[in-house]
Design a binder for this molecule. Sequence first.
Ligand code: C5P
Length: 292
Amino acid sequence: MRAVKERANAKINLFLDVRAKRPDGYHDINTVMHSVSLYDEVTVCVAPSANTSVSLRVVGNDRLVTDNKNLAVIAAKLYLERTAKTAAVSIKLVKNIPISAGLAGGSTDAAATLRAMNKLFDGYLSDRALRAMALDIGSDVPYCLFGRTAVCEGRGEIITPTYHPTLYTVIAAPNEYVSTPAAYSELDRIYSDFDRSVGRRGEQLYDKMLSALAEKRIDFSAVYNIFEDAVFPLCPRSAEIKAEMYRLGAVSAAMSGSGPSVYGIFESENAARIAADRLKNEGVSAYYAASV
Ligand code: C5P
């Protein structure tokens, strides 16, 4: 039996705009993803076997599904199926990233599982093949394979690595929940199915963000997430925490992904740690996280 342990880092979106609704049910997006030091730990063990089996044990969160719906299980099964290999796979997942929060927790676990599987099978698949497989698991999974800072377009799979800043962040996950499809539907309603009849602030801000990245800096006034329009009215606590981030001295703050988690960016590690402690004292699940 062989085992590989991988870190599965969370991501935040320094920028996220939705551009169009597509006929296939997805949306075209413009986003800047950024990986942070909040992570799950994924250990994949592979034993030779004539039949394929995949099992998952989760430590640290009882609410996570461990069956065939878990993205790590889906990833391991897909890897075996597509490479026509059989094996007994057991996965241990130490879950630290808040679930259903917009931090790509499930996607990063799937990506880590794919990386681990590919190491266990001696790099059988190219990075390109691994990325194609990742997209069949979820829109954020291709980015999560290699992380860092990347401009992602299409469904999220057209990935251009960009300047990777060192940021000191606080990530807060309110006790509220909106599913990703529900958040997209709400945006469809607000933006008339993205027929361009409703203007989007994100269009100009995207240009600002990309120009800054090209100059190896972050334009904090261009940090933006269109999902705030859909999710803040449904998750008022999340909006309050964003305001609280600014009161605590954040240079910038925004929702991550389809929410409801929000993050603040602070001037120094010390300032971010103090803000995280303040939020924790107020009963908020808050985490200090640095760029990784
Ligand atoms: O790709 P993933 O399975 O993570 O997406 C979950 C849901 O989010 C999709 O079924 C779709 O409703 C919505 N989605 C979208 N456009 C994207 C990504 C996700 O509409 N680019």
